[in-house]
Design a protein around this ligand. Structure first.
Ligand code: ATP
Ligand code: MG
Length: 172
């Protein structure tokens, strides 16, 4: 099963992100992320054997992130898959520490492969037809605070119109 660890936005922030996703789709075309799927990936594990799941779920339940406030203040894109996202202009030390700490634990469990870099972002659009990041910055400057604390272990299912996620476990 395909798994990843993420932060899920509180409802009011989810609504604001959804509004930005609508604007992005109007400008750039492509496939808008469903509201329920909006998230910040901290660790992508990829395929994990079902036999490893109970230990992973237990480990996630033992995590107790101190939490923080992530400032979202920029539009961005990954050109190759055509993703349009929002994120921060500067590194967020608390998120960096959370991500690094999680990978220490995942490596000890022998799960996943730690990436060489971490660019925290919330994908709003996939397979954009036009990369109009400049116009989006001008039309809708991003200025959002994400109060985060709890982690979610998510399973990703491939559907015809894109992935769908299901929460399997939460941290404290
Ligand atoms: P799709 O791949 O169908 O477009 P998706 O990217 O939302 O949909 P997944 O590929 O299962 O679904 O990815 C789940 C999460 O993990 C997403 O946030 C995605 O950006 C991230 N992710 C996927 N592959 C990797 C990878 N190789 N390295 C880092 N993060 C990844
Ligand atoms: Mg993907």
């Amino acid at each position: 099963m395909r798994l990843f660890l993420a932060l899920e936005p509180p409802d009011d922030l989810r609504e604001r992100l959804a509004t930005l996703a609508d604007l992005a789709q109007a400008r750039c075309g492509g496939r808008r992320m469903p509201d329920a799927s909006l998230h910040l990936t901290l660790a992508f594990l990829g395929e994990v054997d079902e036999g490893r799941l109970s230990a992973l779920v237990e480990w996630v339940g033992c995590q107790a992130p101190t939490g923080g406030i992530w400032r979202l203040d920029r539009w961005g894109s990954f050109r190759r898959p055509g993703n349009v996202w929002v994120g921060g202009r500067t590194h967020d030390p608390a998120l960096d520490a959370l991500q690094a700490g999680l990978w220490n634990g995942l490596e000890a469990l022998g799960l996943g492969v730690r990436p060489t870099r971490f660019v925290p972002h919330v994908t709003l659009l996939r397979r954009a037809e036009r990369m109009a990041i400049g116009p989006l910055e001008a039309q809708a400057p991003v200025a959002l605070d994400w109060r985060w604390q709890r982690l979610t272990l998510l399973r990703s299912y491939t559907e015809q119109d894109g992935a769908r996620y299901k929460a399997l476990a939460h941290s404290a």
